[in-house]
Design a protein. Sequence first.
Lengths: 452, 250
Amino acid sequence: MPPDETVTTSDIYAGSSETSEGKVFTVSGQDWDSIAQGLSDEGVDERVVVNMGPQHPSTHGVLRLILELDGETVTEARCGIGYLHTGIEKNMEYRSWVQGVTFCTRMDYLSPFYNEMTYVLGVEKLLDIEDDVPEKAEVMRVLLMELNRISSHLVCIATGGMEIGALTVMTIGFRERELVLDLFELITGLRMNHAFIRPGGVAQDLPPGALDEIRAFIALMKKRLPEYAALCNANPIFKARLVDVGHLDLEGCLALGLTGPVLRSTGYPWDLRKTQPYSGYEDYDFEVQTWDTCDSYGRFRIRLAEMWESLKIIEQAADRLAGLEGAPVMVSDKKVAWPSQLSIGSDGMGNSLDHIRHIMGESMEGLIHHFKLVTEGFRVPAGQAYVPIESPRGELGAHVVSDGGTRPFRAHFRDPSFTNLQATSVMSEGGMVADVIVAIASIDPVMGGVDR
Amino acid sequence: MNEEKDATPPPKPAVEQPAVEQSPENVPAQTGQVQQIGLRTGMFGASGSGDTSGYGGLVAPITYPGPAQRPFGGWYDEVADALDVALQAGGLTTSVERVVIHRGEITFHVRREDLVATAQLLRDDPKLRFELCSGVSGVHYPDDTGRELHAVYHLLSMTHNRRIRVEVSAPDADPHIPSIVGVYPTNDWHERETFDMFGIVFDGHPALTRILMPDDWPGHPQRKDYPLGGIPVEYKGATIAPPDERRSYS
């Protein structure tokens, strides 16, 4: 496309071209004069449609925003999604029930344990083994989920800060997130995509020394979390960008199906951990955090406060785990439980030599059982289940359908990022372009979860 | 099978034996009614493996939990009663086809013609108050003749802290279900996704377009007749077939 003569910039990527739909400008910064000039030459001054993203550092991922502008004011905002669609739900229909965890953990990549958890709770409900999951597995699940809530909220605050130019918030946010990922690596072996929560329990027992590391992390976080409050809570620039931006009241939240921090920023204390407890959340002492301003600032403060509450839960979970040393982490039903555990070999994690000796040298039945369970998998009675949980972004639920076979007949995830992103139009129309960024950052959509 | 005992026919290979004995009618009655959708053949899922054990000839029905009988117990009766009263007041006596309770979750199967009115009652009636809809999830049952496409809605009442499921079905030949965006605006994107993935046309949706797949994509990927796709992968000299062509055990 040849650059138009009226454009004075030397940037070869910026310029304008004639199309059948009219003149199209490519904007690359510091070229507003040429665009304004070009528009008035065309005789159009009333309507500019700007495509923002999908490759844009401020759109919180591969999100494409289609903004209709009147000057700097957004008159219409629409989202274009699907750029990260990977067909995870379809793929799960072609793997065993246990393998499904490996797929769904990759959807919302900032809260992998929640994806695993809601799917596993659905499978366990269909298997009718909810009450058989051992206590230690439940406590470990809670521990991992709350650590994950901290890491997810940290990324939300960090990237939200980066998008408005608060780079220090970004650097310290990722600094602390790294500590959580180190704990994940210690416990599950991976920093993300863990596939650790399995139907019937968790994949592995806690490694030695994990509780000490967790306690050290709690102590460190108690020193580090006040830094966010000191940097942001009363910061006039931060408040000027966030207060009263992205307004959505309770009626709007319920109509559009928004849950999580956005719903709680209207002052309504809805948190599934309290209202419909799962995995033993009723046994932990924590508060549901709310704010009453319905705006981005309130959502920021809720996330900050929720990290403190998560620390409280982690502390209690660590205390309980200290008394559960050596307890089982998987159901005793051998028709569901994975036959072997990994063990620490000379080269790190590896196969359990005891188990290999057992199936290869001692028991033909053990070998058959191992083969059947690992390659064929267990069968799940026909039916459907939906067990939602409170993810860092709101209600995350898996609609799990079984036809009695060894693979999910259908697994659909109601991802809060997907649902909450619908509020983009309501939150940002009538505001400035810069406020769109803040409003979307306060929803905290993760495109891996939106597009699945 | 043994009608011709005295004729002593030559023994057949096990895999070729007729499977009439395993037809659904001869399966022992299960407790409660069940809903049969389709048949499963063989015991190990794999076909063409040269299995001569006879298990390959098994035919078993795929059954889903059947309708529940009154009283349902717990708060299920309260919700069902309130819904019945509200529906009767609105002249919609036949809108709920059946109620299924399975694993502690209650499902109302609603006729598609009455979906919008029923959803409106579920949202607005003070005894029901299902304020939040967690979206719609499509399921494709190719063997459920005449009701192949299902749309499943999960509703939450925050007032009463209850969850129910509403299920609507449509035949493949007429994949139309009324849109409930007017009642639950949150279903805007959810219905677009279900249309994108299953081809269910939600009549009355303000802008029913594809949402995850490209606009010009042919077909609806989550339908059971749509292949998963994939290419064989060579690894250390061996070739691994794409996932949907590997041996499966369902």
